[in-house]
Design a protein around this ligand. Structure first.
Ligand SMILES: Cc1cc2nc3c(=O)[nH]c(=O)nc-3n(C[C@H](O)[C@H](O)[C@H](O)COP(=O)(O)O)c2cc1C
Length: 232
């Protein structure tokens, strides 16, 4: 469980997230580490499905089924959020994975039930973790946030830095419960699922940039969150 860090008089940040295979969670932990040195209060809230989801999904057929359902934007019911989510924040970081080109089912449920109450009039910075295909997710997320009355501050995207087609094959096998990084020949091309140490270091740096900008009253919209793998 993540511990809130409270600094009296500091700007207030809510880290609100869903993570299925811990990739978003790891990025946020690194960001929070980067924020530590600055005068900011950081509060955590994990979005929890009512029926816990287990990673890996376990079989090829269940993985295909989940991908189809998520493509159709099926909602995944979530537990009530704690009261702290509805307090006043200078910034809400809304973080989660891309699921079949969409926000994940738990995040869609969050918008249906709590979107306006959470985000109306708030500055929101989305963070997306995905294997590489995030543009449709971003477009949909931006629309959902704006409909709730949020001010979308900027965007952070981290993609898995493996080359295609191995990235897609690797993620699919991993979700289905296989271990592609140890497969006799796939392992030649696919070494690791998810984000790398370098990306976590970059997330830490982004955390520092955000906290410093808030501390100094600067515009989050002007920060450059282009990650190394996104650079030409
Ligand atoms: C059901 C499902 C569908 C996915 N669809 C996409 C997709 O359309 N595009 C993409 O880039 N990644 C997709 N992914 C991969 C995840 O976005 C990626 O592994 C992410 O880093 C997981 O973050 P998390 O561990 O925080 O859940 C999908 C993963 C799942 C479980």
């Amino acid at each position: 469980m993540e511990a809130d860090t409270v600094q009296e008089g500091g700007k207030r940040i809510l880290l609100l997230y869903f993570s299925f295979s811990s990739q978003t969670k790891n990025l946020l932990h690194a960001m929070a580490e980067g924020m530590q040195r600055y005068l900011v209060t950081v509060r955590w809230e994990r979005i929890e499905p009512v029926e816990p989801l287990h990673f890996p999904i376990g079989s090829v057929s269940q993985t295909v089924r989940m991908m189809l359902l998520t493509f159709l934007r099926r909602r995944i019911p979530i537990r009530e959020l704690s009261d702290k989510c509805f307090q006043d924040y200078d910034l809400i970081i809304l973080a989660g994975p891309t699921w079949s080109y969409n926000p994940s089912g738990p995040i869609l449920s969050l918008f249906d039930r709590d979107g306006v109450r959470l985000f109306k009039g708030k500055k929101v910075l989305p963070l997306i973790s995905c294997r590489g295909y995030w543009r449709m997710h971003w477009w949909g997320l931006k629309t959902l946030l704006r409909r709730c009355g949020a001010r979308v501050a900027n965007l952070i995207v981290f993609t898995h830095p493996n080359p295609e087609p191995w990235r897609t094959i690797g993620v699919f096998l991993k979700l289905a419960g296989r271990v592609p990084e140890r497969h006799s020949w796939i392992s030649r091309y696919y070494h690791k699922y998810g984000h790398t140490r370098d990306q976590l270091a970059e997330a830490r740096r982004f955390g520092e940039m955000i906290a410093l900008a808030l501390e100094q009253g600067e515009d989050i919209g002007k920060l450059d969150f282009r990650t190394r793998e996104a650079m030409p």
